[in-house]
Ligand binder design. Structure first.
Ligand code: 0L1
Ligand code: MG
Length: 256
């Protein structure tokens, strides 16, 4: 029998202590995707017992660029807690991470609960605001390598998020230019269209996938739509900025 609480403790401790671990699949833990989501849920329960609260979900593998970079092609999701939020313009310390990377994203703020199969249009109708956002992903696995159950169990590499100014949801987000800069130099240039053809599809996907785990997206939650480009590794001292056409900018810096 698969010991879900034990595996949850392994991934939670690695995330908490920012320590690298071997892939579960190479350590004798061959999980099904459902077991991996059970591990994820249990590991987040451990965080809640330490006082963290759930603030939303993140979608992963929602663009071709991400699928090619990671060699995986399955959309997946992870949970976001209040402790993961980095203030817009804030600072992070690399000692709190294993080998972090950043992704340019779009964030949705939920106006009402949403669950199950919905169209992208219905999904956007449940949103009160949209913002430019940067996700800091940090796989706890050695060399940032994993299979699908490994990464789902590791909360889909979710580590931190930085959310920019919220805008009214009446902006057409189908094809917004996105430029991510390190120290003022573009490191990734893309479009919101790279996120499943339209970020609203990632939100509809989130609604469907969380329902498969008996959950719903809650009013007040943030939903991260997934990286529009490949993720870029962070370096000490770097200033990271994302500009999204019509939505504005979000930034943070890494301590030297
Ligand atoms: O947010 C993402 O697209 C990441 C999903 C997990 C895979 C990875 O760590 O790149
Ligand atoms: Mg992401």
């Amino acid at each position: 029998m698969t010991d879900i609480p034990h595996i949850a403790e392994i991934v939670d401790t690695a995330a908490h202590d920012a320590t690298e671990i071997s892939q579960l699949s190479l350590s004798g833990y061959d999980l099904t995707p459902q077991q991996a989501y059970d591990v994820q849920a249990e590991s987040i329960d451990r965080r809640m017992k330490r006082g963290e609260t759930l603030i939303g979900v993140k979608m992963g593998m929602t663009s071709r660029a991400k699928m090619i970079q990671m060699g995986l092609d399955e959309m997946m999701w992870g949970r976001l807690t209040d402790k993961m939020l980095v203030e817009d313009g804030g600072e992070i310390d690399l000692k709190d991470y294993v080998h972090p990377r950043v992704e340019p994203e779009i964030a949705f703020l939920m106006k009402q609960d949403l669950s199950g199969k919905v169209s992208p249009l219905q999904a956007v109708e449940a949103v009160s605001a949209i913002a430019p956002a940067i996700e800091i992903i940090d796989s706890r696995y050695k060399d940032f390598k994993f299979n699908v159950p490994d990464v789902i169990a590791d909360n889909t590499s979710s580590s931190s998020l930085v959310v920019g100014p919220w805008a009214k949801p009446d902006i057409n987000i189908a094809n917004l230019g996105m430029v991510m800069e390190f120290d003022g130099k573009a490191v990734e240039i893309g479009s919101s269209a790279a996120i499943l053809g339209h970020p609203a599809r990632a939100l509809a996907g989130a609604s469907r996938l969380v329902a498969e785990q008996g959950l719903s997206l809650k009013a007040g939650w943030i939903v991260m739509a997934g990286g529009a480009t490949a993720a870029v590794a962070l370096k000490p001292g770097v200033q990271v900025r994302l500009s999204v056409a019509q939505l504005g900018r979000v930034n943070f810096s890494v301590l030297p």
